[in-house]
Design a protein around this ligand. Structure first.
Ligand code: PMP
Length: 351
């Protein structure tokens, strides 16, 4: 199927002329007296607006990822990227998105905010994509399919062949949300952007990079898609502190690598420790920094842990997740406490 992005984009979005700042025209002459943006001239270290194009940050991300900066979009968390993708491609009240429950909840919220129906094609009970059913929805005003891989909350990464079939069989945008890819040994889809014009890959600094508080999400896509998203974003969507902090972290890659190695090894350790806890019936394999675990009684366990001061995510009412809790990998010290309480739980509440 030959996919033309122009046919997928909303007409009004194609016509939008972005808000431009006088500083866009400034090329760095001898003077740099900025009297264009009604800022306060006294230095508070934050008296100037941030770079709306995030050039330094994009250059650094480009270097780390090996992706040209023209193919990089940066948002206020991946959540902003999700929202902008939906608004760029989906006409309110007419177009639809598709998701594969159980999965991350924000795709649906963002679609509903823009008045777009959500087609749900459930994962099979062994957490695989139901490719035939997914492809059967092509052309029903379906504009965007969100694939979350590794999937939140199930933890698995989807089959490459299945995703290839979807990318070439659906005449719509396919977003692969790789928020947890750094914890996985599987390859990122960013390496395959040139093959699929309808592919958008999302990543984030919120998880492996440990920077959820600064809100920085990344979208990797064709130049045209990046150009459109950049045109419709708020001009200063990444504030000065976010850009500086991100740049600092990206320049200190050893710290990221050290912490990532610890978290991966802690996750694997938890898998083996959980296998010896009688109340845990199953631990699903995970490529993320969390484990989906099936308990004899998830609600009881959830409340028990809460009383001990440990909060986990109760996913019991999600499809295929009956009696399941999703437990994030903590520090080695936190994990020791968690395992201790789970071991003692049997005695305390007879679970
Ligand atoms: N995608 C997935 C799959 C997530 O689980 C989350 C957050 N839990 C996000 C995106 C949101 O990421 P961000 O913090 O970059 O908005």
């Amino acid at each position: 199927m030959k996919i033309n992005i122009e046919d997928l984009l909303r007409d009004n979005i194609k016509k939008i002329v972005p808000y431009s700042t006088a500083r866009d025209e400034y090329k760095g002459a001898k003077v740099d007296i900025f009297l264009d943006a009604n800022e306060n001239p006294f230095d508070t270290s934050l008296n100037r607006y941030p770079d709306p194009h995030q050039i330094k940050l994009k250059e650094k991300i480009s270097e780390i990822q090996g992706i040209p900066k023209e193919n990089i979009f940066l948002g206020n968390g991946s959540d902003e990227v999700i929202d902008l993708i939906i608004r760029a491609f989906c006409r309110p009240g007419i177009d639809k998105i598709m998701i594969h429950p159980p999965t991350y909840g924000m795709y649906q919220v963002a679609a509903q905010t823009n008045d777009n129906d959500v087609i749900k094609v459930n994962l099979t009970n062994n957490f695989r994509l139901n490719v035939d059913e997914i492809l059967s929805h092509a052309n029903e005003n379906l504009k965007v399919f969100f694939v979350c891989s590794p999937n939140n909350p199930t933890g698995n990464t989807f089959d490459v062949k299945d995703i290839e079939r979807i990318l070439s069989g659906l005449n719509s945008i396919v977003v692969i949300d790789e928020a947890y890819i750094n914890f996985s040994d599987k390859a990122s889809w960013t390496k395959r952007l040139n093959e699929f014009p309808n592919l958008i890959v999302m990543q984030t600094l919120s998880k492996a990079w440990g920077l959820a508080g600064i809100r920085l999400g990344m979208g990797f896509a064709s130049e045209r898609i990046v150009e459109v998203l950049s045109r419709i974003k708020l001009p200063y969507n990444l504030n000065v502190l976010t850009q500086q902090t991100a740049l600092n972290a990206l320049n200190n890659i050893e710290i990221y690598e050290q912490n990532l190695a610890i978290l991966k090894s802690e996750r694997n350790k938890l898998v083996s420790e959980f296998s010896e806890i009688p109340a845990i019936q199953k631990v699903f394999p995970s490529d993320g920094n969390y484990l989906l675990c099936k308990f004899k009684d998830a609600n009881k366990t959830y409340n028990y842990l809460m009383n001990k001061g440990i909060i986990v995510r109760n996913r019991s009412n999600q499809l295929h997740c009956e009696n399941c809790l999703r437990i994030t990998t903590g520090t080695p010290e936190e994990n020791i406490v968690l395992v201790k309480y789970l071991r003692e739980m049997n005695l305390e509440i007879g679970n």
